[in-house]
Write a protein that binds this ligand. Sequence first.
Ligand code: MLT
Length: 332
Amino acid sequence: MRKSLTLILAAACLQASVLAGTYKAQTVTIATANPANSQHDIAIQAIKKVLEEESKGAITVKVFLNGTMGDEQSNIKQLRTGELQIATAFTGNIAPSAPILNILTLPYLFPEPSDAATLLTNKDFTQKLANIAVTQNQARPLGWILGGYRNITNAKHAIRKIGDLQGLKLRVSPSVTQLAVFSAWGIEPHPMAWAEVFNGLQQGVIDGQENPFFTIRDNKFWEVQKFVTELHYMLWTGAIAVGEPWYQRQDPDTKALIEKAVAVGQDTEWKWVADQEDICKKLAIEHGMTVNALEDEDVWIEKARAIWPKFYELIGNKEMIDQALAIIKAGK
Ligand code: MLT
């Protein structure tokens, strides 16, 4: 009796391991502070599909949207503590704990929308960037998500010239480069966690914020904002980051599957995002927003470019800034 029970248990274990393939059975928790169908969610759903389908059920993925696991900076910390395994976040919200990532938020680094894709498909560069970032905050940027240029929205008046910024309380992320850019443009910006921005706009704690058109759409900012000004100072880049302690604990097959899932997530988001800015700009106009262009963009560029040297020490790697510039130039 005892022998047959042992045999049955052994057979059950064998069947379970066959079903599970060679992947480590586990639940993977992924979070974003953004809503369903945002660029974050598009990447996350693709990652979930690959992990669950290709592990044949050994891996179960739980997704937390809308900041239910906290804001983006908190999500990055949770990767270190193991509360989360994967999170997506705007680079400016990761850079406070991984200063090397400030490279990607240097103003006017990307003169053309395609420049971010050129840089972030250069494996030598992204691997170096990830290896440094991980020593700083234990969150490895294993993949990247992209978006359009960050535009200013506000509820008070049209911005066409640099002087029009005066008197506006504008929210930026806690990224030191964003804070410095707006100071260089003559106002004191208000750093605020992303998850608090809509309420801040609704309650008039802030008059405006800056983000691409698809973020305006995802968050229905037209309910609380009237004016949009198109800027070209910063392309939205974000990381698909994995918790380094968790990632390094995986066996080689599981690690390879995680890498594949993140690559598919990145690829899916890059394809999806390509026409989103135009679609979302039209929607913003349909919902009553007024879109303005700058009349003195050269002044904005000159003032913003002048802040670069302030960040060489913090970034700690001027060589990598030069490498980024060379890669972008070679991609033209
Ligand atoms: C921010 O402004 O904090 C980000 O751009 C929000 C996001 O992750 O989309």
